[in-house]
Write a protein that binds this ligand. Structure first.
Ligand SMILES: [Fe+2]
Ligand SMILES: [Fe+2]
Length: 300
């Protein structure tokens, strides 16, 4: 098993978003900021799906170490759900597209929940975890810039999330191989699901971004030349493309792929030393449970 490349640490997080500059938290570009906001509105629905797909397999995990890693994965994703939901409440006060994106996320995930077998739901989470791991790697590679160019609360949120996505990037994959298998059928199922997740993800984000653009145009027209900064900068898929380099993406299709073939644990260590003590982020005890998260973690 390879998941233990980096310890999967349970952290209790409660960042102060109420004092953050929600209407313009990034100095990079409004397109970048709106693209990340749109993803943030997707996360509570998406990450609850991740939690449920792994939790559904807990009873089939016979390796105690992997079972503990799966529980830590659930804890971390539940905490991400909680913190993004908190930040989204502040963002929705200035971005009318928030409610729209949340509804779109629920509509996008519902058919898979309802009609797909548990093994396909687990493979869907593996595929999405590969995207979040690539995105996290890109953010952490530029972590100094992320802290300098953004409001501290939102920079801390995205970097902390990126660190935990990196810590647990191998867990769902290992659970899949443990529960579904490592043979040719399991491999073909894994890559077929990735191809479909990629196409559906591009289509879903494209529709979401198009809806934001349409809403912004309407609001701008209504507000005239006095339109607020909150209706500027429609997100575009090209803004996100640089976070998922083609080479890293294609690695997933190799039969020998494992998320930790790409060892970037040094980025976690860098964050711990430079930004790990941000106010509102602390390591929790190993028996602590994310009781206030949307999906509570299973106790150790
Ligand atoms: Fe997450
Ligand atoms: Fe994750």
């Amino acid at each position: 098993m390879n998941s233990s490349q980096a310890p999967i640490i349970r952290r209790r997080v409660n960042i102060d978003f109420a004092s953050a500059k929600v209407e313009r938290w990034s100095h990079d570009s409004k397109e970048f900021e709106n693209a990340l906001n749109a993803m943030s509105f997707f996360f509570p629905t998406g990450e609850t799906y991740f939690v449920d797909s792994v939790r559904a397999c807990l009873d089939q995990i016979t390796d105690p170490e992997l079972k503990q890693q799966a529980r830590n994965f659930i804890y971390q994703e539940a905490m991400h759900t909680k913190e993004h939901a908190r930040s989204n409440e502040e963002l929705k006060k200035v971005h009318p597209y928030g409610e729209m994106m949340e509804r779109l996320a629920k509509a996008a995930m519902a058919p898979s929940r309802r009609f797909m077998p548990k093994s396909t739901q687990l493979a869907t989470t593996c595929a999405m975890e590969h995207f979040t791991a690539m995105f996290a790697n890109s953010l952490l590679t530029e972590q100094d810039h992320v802290m300098e160019a953004n409001d501290p609360a939102f920079a801390a949120l995205w970097l902390w999330h990126a660190v935990e996505e990196t810590e647990h990037k191998g867990v769902c994959f290992d659970v899949y191989e443990h529960v579904v298998g490592k043979g040719p059928i399991a491999y073909l199922h894994r890559v077929a699901v990735m191809a479909s997740v990629t196409l559906m993800g591009i289509a879903g984000l494209g529709i979401g971004f198009g809806m934001i653009k349409w809403q912004q145009r309407k609001l701008k027209k209504a507000a005239g030349p006095e339109a607020k900064a909150t209706v500027e900068g429609a997100p575009a898929l090209s803004v996100l493309a640089k976070f998922a380099p083609l080479g890293l993406y294609l690695d997933y299709y190799r039969p020998s792929f494992h998320p930790w073939n790409h060892d970037n644990s040094g980025l976690i260590e860098k964050w711990k030393a430079a930004y790990g003590n941000f106010p509102g982020i602390r390591e929790s005890g190993s028996n602590e449970v994310a009781t206030d998260a949307a999906s509570a973690a299973t106790p150790s």
